[in-house]
Design a binder for this molecule. Structure first.
Ligand SMILES: [Zn+2]
Length: 207
């Protein structure tokens, strides 16, 4: 389903309307979910989010990644989700441009590696001044590689105040977030079209 939403673009503030594309589909073990993509034709800004039909309580998901097999574990990350690699002290908070994705543990690692790579290259270009950062990045990449090879382990933790994210594995644990936990979390982009009344209408139209 495709429609125009009459909201200004949060990035370029164009009033031409945003293009909203809604797909309802099944992800194995995750169940029915709605994939919403919103596109601004003026500046090209794009945001995708995944919203499950059920289970929308503020929640945490955790898995200890300890073998190469665990890398294939499916991960659904919504745009309101904070992602942590606990023992490595790494965290991605949902910023204003956060986007949802369906991936696996290896894909989540890849996103961290890419982010470390950017810092690494910039530190390298600084020569002596960037030496400490270069070493820190090399150490982190080494640790991630050791986890990927099954030689060490890390806890992958998802914290989602909207309850849209999941780790799809028997080993994964889930629990409700408390109010005080939520107070410390970023909520990600606050786009009016993503509120629940709009979503319910889309469901009705599509079914
Ligand atoms: Zn725009």
């Amino acid at each position: 389903m495709e429609s125009i939403v009459h909201q200004p673009c949060p990035i370029c503030h164009s009033n031409e309307g945003l293009n909203l594309i809604v797909n309802i589909s099944e992800i194995p073990y995750f169940g029915e979910h709605t994939e919403m993509t919103i596109v601004c034709n003026s500046c090209g800004w794009k945001n995708t989010d995944f919203i499950p039909a059920e289970g929308k309580k503020p929640s945490a998901w955790s898995i200890i990644v300890s073998s190469a097999d665990d890398l294939a574990t499916r991960v659904v990350r919504s745009s309101s989700c904070t992602v942590r690699l606990v023992e490595l002290g790494l965290e991605v908070e949902p910023g204003d441009n956060a986007t949802g994705y369906v991936s696996n543990v290896e894909g989540v690692f890849k996103r961290f590696e890419d982010a470390i790579g950017i810092i690494y290259r910039s530190a390298l270009s600084e020569g002596e001044k960037g030496k400490k950062d270069v070493e820190a990045c090399e150490e982190l990449i080494g640790k991630i590689n050791s986890i990927k090879n099954g030689n060490s382990s890390v806890e992958l933790l998802l914290l989602d105040p909207m309850g849209h994210s999941q780790i799809l594995h028997q080993k994964a644990k889930s629990w409700d977030l408390k109010k005080e936990d939520i107070a410390n979390l970023s909520l990600g982009p606050q786009i009016p079209v993503f509120d629940s009344s709009d979503l319910d209408d889309s469901f009705k139209m599509a079914t």
